[in-house]
Design a protein around this ligand. Structure first.
Ligand code: P6P
Length: 331
């Protein structure tokens, strides 16, 4: 098609950007694309299929698993296991990491951590949801099964990260450390097509996203910031508006395009916040920082945190650099 560049073409074209350019990462990214197209198909008809609603199971977070959560998790695991480029995965929906045992996968040089369907509580009310993924080079010996050291790596060491947003259109946004590019799924040809080249997060913005229902549990610093954005200071005509979707991917995608800050802070009931370091905060911080934004825990840059467990939570302030800095100025 004249002028349209598909994601597959783009990945191959940019293969040389990546120092390990031997095609394996390209194939791994394409495995993720295949799974996301299958998930997209089910998300788009969730209202029709017998796939709405919750299972009787809970994940390690103690959250009731939605049927689509489990379906999405299975699709990504299957695509990555069959693709052979990853030696193992960790996901929000699995208590422990999964080391693939087939001989081909044990030769895989990468591991993938992902949240297969973030914001899944929004599925039944037809609000945008997303997939978040993060790719690392394995640290364990090639040929062996993956081990925990492969998964507990700093976000700074990611080789790629991305998200899929299943919204008014389905988009895949990713980085390999050489800028951020966005692709929109064209259902008529079943391909993600380059629609947002070289995405840059505006340095400032007019929206803040936070669950203010927990305000009484927030720290003085976060409450001071909330006073600032709400300050009825006519002289400055503070322009801020609150936008909170309840899907991290949707809130952060808006920030990527329009600017804004997303805050899921520590609170008295959740001293480490709610969002998970490995498969939510690290990938989104890598993408955001590549686009000129910033992801911070309040104590340190998210990407510099040494992980200690697969599902550890971390407070996060992420989005437009100047807005994140403003929040941090109250700490
Ligand atoms: P709350 C969805 O469950 C999620 O993990 C993120 O996608 C979202 O930003 C956050 O939790 C919403 O949490 O406590 O405000 O409902």
């Amino acid at each position: 098609m004249q002028g349209v560049k598909t994601l597959s073409e783009f990945i191959i074209e940019r293969q040389d950007d990546f120092k390990y350019a031997t095609g394996e990462l390209s194939r791994l990214l394409n495995d993720i694309v295949i799974a996301s197209k299958i998930v997209n198909r089910e998300v788009n008809k969730a209202g029709l299929a017998e796939i709405l609603g919750a299972t009787e199971q809970e994940n390690i977070q103690g959250e009731t698993q939605q049927k689509l959560d489990v379906f999405a998790d299975e699709q990504f695991i299957s695509a990555l296991k069959n693709g052979g480029e990853a030696c193992g995965i960790a996901s929000e929906e699995n208590d422990d990491f999964v080391a693939f045992t087939n001989e081909r996968s044990k030769q895989g040089k990468y591991i993938v951590v992902f949240d297969p369907l973030d914001g899944s509580s929004n599925i039944d009310v037809n609000v945008s949801i997303g997939t978040i993924f993060s790719i690392y080079r394995r640290k364990s010996e090639i040929g062996q099964e993956a081990s925990i050291e492969d998964f507990l790596q700093k976000g700074r060491d990611q080789v790629a990260a991305g998200y899929v947003i299943y919204g008014s259109s389905t988009m895949l946004v990713y980085t390999t450390g050489n800028g951020v590019n966005g692709f929109t799924l064209d259902p008529s040809i079943g391909e993600f097509c380059l629609s947002h080249p070289n995405m840059e997060c505006p340095k400032g913005g007019k929206t803040y996203s936070i669950n203010e229902g927990k305000r009484r549990e927030f720290s003085p610093a976060i409450n001071a910031y909330l006073d600032y954005v709400k300050e009825d200071d006519k002289s400055t005509k503070r322009p801020y508006a609150c936008r909170y979707i309840g899907s991290m991917v949707a809130d952060l995608h808006r920030n990527m395009l329009k600017g804004g800050v997303f805050i899921y802070p520590e609170s008295t009931s959740s001293p480490n916040g709610k969002l998970r370091l490995l498969y939510e905060c690290n990938p989104m911080s890598f993408i955001m920082e590549e686009a000129g934004g910033l992801g911070h825990s309040g104590k340190e840059n998210i990407l510099d945190i040494e992980p200690t467990s697969l599902h550890q939570r971390v407070p996060i302030v992420i989005g437009s650099k100047n807005m994140v800095d403003k929040v941090l100025s109250y700490y």
